[in-house]
Design a protein around this ligand. Structure first.
Ligand code: NAP
Length: 324
């Protein structure tokens, strides 16, 4: 029988437990509250200081250092911690999970999260790995905002035999958070994300690191003239070190494969510059310009000189940017 959505005024879940309350967890807390998606929001995070901050921000209804206490009685549990900590969180919450509950995550890598979490999932609990393709370079509970997932993709990588009703219920949850839904297998997800997200971050970390190594330049011209291309790399390179260390370690194979391709293409570009092959350079730059145009046409970016940064940091300003 097809699953029927609850009326929009009804909470989708009686109790949601958010484990990890940084950028993603706190954005979820805010949108869940705004859209009335849960009767009760329980929050758990590792440190007492972050938990206290979440409470000061009134992100939830109850707060726990022990994640097992937070998930008790919850019908949706969302793990939003660095991917390398997924297994330890799953192990800690497993004995307290309610039969019939949906357990999901938001981790940027999927094969590794599945390998860490699946062995701990008790019989009768629906584990559906997920990844919202939404974020900024900021972290922590203050960084979140309710519009973060608006018009962004949320990818599920369901395991064989996943309950279709549970998947539909989780999809409805993310749709009400503003997202578009897609599903694919975990291996494909990791390969796609290696090129669209992980490699750009690694390149940014590398170029900013190289500039920093050139100490004499860095202290003066690099900062002073950073209004040019370098500035856009520094934004990516300011992303959370723990999160990105874990992404590199947990999507190693796909990242290494993409890096190998990248190095080959870079050598070819280097050769074109060395031999003055202007046609080759022009062709490549024309092709890449078209890619940016298609991203804008797909509604995943706005055609603003600040690369849409104003919209991310000041979501309320999005309409103004779009109108301008
Ligand atoms: P974040 O802002 O740094 O927040 C991480 C949260 O996880 C904090 O509440 C932190 O708690 C908690 N945490 C860290 N280690 C933990 C552990 N061992 N046990 C329990 N809690 C732990 O990170 P985020 O940006 O929200 O990222 C969370 C997840 O979302 C990651 O898996 C990331 O790959 C994924 N993701 C991120 C983005 C992005 O752009 N940032 C986008 C999509 C998906 P304390 O502060 O108490 O230590």
């Amino acid at each position: 029988m097809p699953h029927r959505s609850k009326p929009l005024s009804d909470p989708l879940f009686n109790k949601i437990a958010l484990i990890g309350i940084g950028l993603i967890g706190s954005s979820l807390a805010r949108v869940v509250r705004r859209e009335k998606l849960a009767g009760h929001i329980a929050i758990s995070t590792r440190s007492a200081a972050t938990l206290k901050r979440a409470e000061e921000l009134r992100l939830g209804d109850s707060y726990f250092v022990d994640p097992g206490d937070a998930v008790r009685g919850a019908d949706l549990i969302i793990i939003s911690v660095p991917v390398g900590s997924s297994g330890e969180v799953a192990q800690a919450i497993a004995p307290a999970l309610k039969p019939g509950a949906i357990l999901t995550d938001v981790g940027s890598t999927k094969r590794s999260v599945i390998a860490q979490v699946e062995p701990h999932v008790p019989e009768g609990v629906h584990f559906i790995p997920g990844h919202p393709l939404a974020g900024t370079e900021k972290s922590g509970p203050d960084a979140g905002f309710a519009d973060l997932f608006e018009n962004r993709w949320c990818i599920f990588t369901p395991l064989p035999g996943t309950d279709t009703e549970a998947l539909e219920r989780l999809s409805e949850f993310w749709r009400r958070c503003g997202s578009n839904i897609d599903t694919m297998d975990a291996e494909h997800h990791d390969m796609v994300l290696a090129i669209v997200s992980h490699l750009p971050h690694i390149i940014a970390y590398n170029i900013v690191g190289t500039a920093d190594d050139l100490q004499a330049v860095t202290k003066t011209e690099v900062i002073k003239y950073s209004a040019s291309g370098f500035r856009d790399f520094t934004r990516l390179a300011a992303s959370d070190p723990t999160m990105w260390r874990d992404v590199c370690l947990h999507n190693r194979d796909a990242i290494l494969e993409m890096l190998a391709r990248f190095s080959e293409d870079l050598s070819s570009l280097q050769r074109a510059i060395r031999w003055g092959d202007g046609d080759k350079l022009f062709d490549l730059f024309t092709r890449t310009r078209a890619i940016r145009r298609s991203i804008i046409e797909a509604g995943q970016e706005i055609d603003a000189p600040d690369f849409g940064r104003q919209a991310v940091e000041h979501p309320q300003g999005l309409d103004q940017v779009k109108k301008s």
